[in-house]
Design a binder for this molecule. Structure first.
Ligand code: SF4
Length: 103
């Protein structure tokens, strides 16, 4: 499955919500700006990790719905949404160091 990251820059988001009509995983957050909820899609059972901070929303998905996210990004009049494929093979943390045994 392709892995991809969806970022919403809150500074750029105007709360116009064109994104919601393109991809139902986009919802209105408590701050009145767009956020992402993987469970919001009534049709597809979707799983993803979402980090929602004061500055931006970053959601990572592992499915074949990148095109819907890209349509939401294209529909956004302020270009607040960025969708990028990420390499699933890359480990997110540094490699583990060899275990040292002190005697
Ligand atoms: S379309 Fe863009 S500006 Fe409008 S709510 Fe969605 S992210 Fe924000």
């Amino acid at each position: 499955m392709p892995r991809y990251e969806v970022t919403i820059e809150k500074d750029a988001c105007d709360g116009i919500f064109a994104c919601l009509t393109r991809d139902p995983r986009f919802i209105e957050g408590e701050d009145g700006l767009a956020t992402v909820d993987p469970d919001a899609d009534p049709v597809y059972d979707c799983a993803g990790d979402v980090t929602d901070t004061a500055d931006r929303v970053v959601a990572t998905f592992d499915d074949d719905r990148i095109d819907e996210a890209k349509q939401a990004a294209a529909a956004c009049p302020t270009d607040a949404i960025v969708v990028e494929a990420v390499d699933a093979a890359e480990p997110s943390g540094p490699p583990e160091s060899p275990e040292e045994v002190a005697e």
